[in-house]
Design a protein around this ligand. Structure first.
Ligand code: ADP
Length: 482
């Protein structure tokens, strides 16, 4: 074997070549006590020192004050001397005082007369910074994961729990060790498991579920209601798929909603009969009045109109309480949809003699559903088309028949609805601009949506503020048998 020779000697051309041409390795050559003899270009470049600042100085000036206090550089020298080498993974100071993460090793090199230490260092500052950033990000996400009020579970496609947050564990009264790694079948009852299993089968195919009602019996017996969302986390990666489940507990909101609807249902039900009587008697009195008795007739007409208005509010409230509790009664009978259209048009003509409804298309299809309720939907759209278009006297009713579907649009030329308000118009109690003169409860469209979805149909609207709106619904329909 070739004899080790002094590395600075021209007789060690390979080392010299490496020392000078290395692009990534910073090299410092020191005497046996750690005083620097030479540094290469990479060293200067990494740490900002010109050779004259380092040569002749102890290498401990490259260390941070904390490291110097714990005699880290001296211990390194002892290690190298005793073992012939020492590994290093810590900070080195740049000339400007900033810290750089480095990784490297020091080796003892001997020749006949001298002992040297060669320190070879790689700058891993970028990796370290990235590592720290990732750790911090992970910490941040973990903190949110565990402390967010919503319940979060990550499972694999076989329904095994991979991760569960503290909030959910507390809620279930379970501890992490008992749950993680278990299959959901060991925690849920059979029907809950089946419901989730069917959903997960679809999530695996990439379907996203958002705010699906899900019930769970928690220890202690109470049943909670959640809005469950499920999403496939690593859709495009080959590794084992993970599914994120988020449960938002709505039990108390639901209870309050149910109670409110129960009260509304009771009150509106109790008001219906006396109101109908008042309205009938007032109409009776009006019909019996002589033509000349104008002084009485006028206030009586006002009473009748106002009672009519209160009746529609009560009807809406009553429907709401039924719809909220899931009891909105929908008859399922086959009828020709044109009949419901005629019902609504007749009602409209009587109540709005000054208006014209321009028709396009006929509804000659068979529907399985509730004729009265569907006429109510049309009436609601018509009434809004009048209420929110006070200066226009034309409404367009456009009916289109598609494959297995009827599509109805009612267009007005009124105030319209802005783009940002549009997503909310079918929500319960929502009214665009509370200061609007038009009377209303913000319930009509909500009831419409309930009726149409109970018929497996869809509702939507298009509008341009200041120009007008078109409110639509579509329903499954069959062509008439000829
Ligand atoms: P209400 O008319 O009793 O307020 P609705 O549920 O029928 O309640 O309608 C909700 C809101 O949607 C209304 O308050 C109104 O702001 C808006 N809206 C409904 N129909 C129209 C329409 N044709 N044009 C403009 N705005 C409308």
């Amino acid at each position: 074997m070739q004899k080790d020779s002094f590395p600075l000697d021209a007789s060690a051309p390979f080392f010299e070549y490496f020392f000078k041409n290395s692009k990534k390795n910073a090299i410092a050559i020191m005497d046996k006590d750690g005083f620097i003899l030479r540094i290469n270009e990479v060293f200067m470049h990494y740490f900002g020192y010109p050779p004259e600042h380092l040569v002749g100085r102890h290498f401990n000036i490259l260390y941070t004050e904390e490291d110097r206090k714990t005699s880290l550089p001296e211990r390194e020298i002892i290690n190298v001397k005793e073992q012939g080498f020492s590994f290093d993974n810590n900070y080195i100071l740049h000339k400007n005082g900033s810290r750089l993460w480095v990784s490297g090793e020091s080796v003892l090199v001997k020749d006949e007369d001298n002992i040297f230490i060669v320190k070879i260092i790689q700058n891993i500052n970028d990796q370290k910074n990235l590592e720290e950033f990732l750790l911090e990000s992970n910490d941040f996400v973990e903190n949110i994961f565990h402390h967010i009020k919503d319940f979060i579970v990550v499972i694999n496609p076989e329904m095994r729990i991979l991760k569960i947050n503290h909030s959910f564990l507390d809620h279930l009264g379970l501890n992490k060790g008992k749950v993680e790694g278990k299959n959901l079948s060991q925690i849920l009852n059979a029907s809950q498991y089946q419901q989730l299993f069917d959903m997960i089968a679809r999530v695996r195919e990439g379907e996203v579920f958002s705010s699906i009602e899900f019930k769970l019996q928690i220890p202690g017996g109470a049943e909670h209601i959640y809005l469950l969302s499920a999403i496939l986390m690593n859709k495009y990666q080959k590794e084992e798929k993970r599914i994120l489940l988020i449960l938002h507990d709505v039990t108390s909101e639901k209870m309050m909603d149910d109670q409110r609807e129960e009260v509304i249902g009771f009150v509106s039900h109790e008001l219906k009969n006396p109101l109908t009587s008042i309205s009938l008697y007032a109409e009776l009195v009006r019909d019996q009045l002589e033509n000349g008795q104008k002084k009485v007739l006028m206030p009586l007409e006002k009473i009748i109109a106002n009672v009519g208005y209160v009746q529609t509010i009560i009807d809406d409230l009553y429907d709401i309480s039924k719809a909220g509790a899931g009891h909105l009664k929908i008859k399922k009978e086959n009828f020709v949809f044109e009949e419901a259209v005629s019902d609504a048009l007749n009602t409209f003509e009587i109540s709005h003699p000054g208006y014209r409804i321009k028709r396009k298309g006929r509804a000659n299809v068979e529907i399985l559903g509730d004729r009265l309720r569907l006429a109510q939907v049309l009436t609601n759209y018509f009434n809004n088309a009048v209420k929110y278009a006070p200066d226009a006297h034309e409404i367009i009713l456009d009916i289109k028949l598609r494959d297995g579907e009827i599509n109805v649009g009612i267009t007005d030329f009124g105030i319209g609805i802005s783009e940002e308000k549009m997503p909310y118009v079918f929500n319960k109690y929502y009214r665009v601009g509370k200061l609007l003169k038009a009377e209303g409860t913000g319930l009509g469209l909500y009831v419409v949506k309930k009726i149409i979805t109970a018929h497996q149909g869809k509702v939507w609207a298009e509008s341009e503020e200041g120009k007008g709106s078109t409110f639509y619904f579509s329903l499954p329909a069959r062509p008439l048998k000829s």
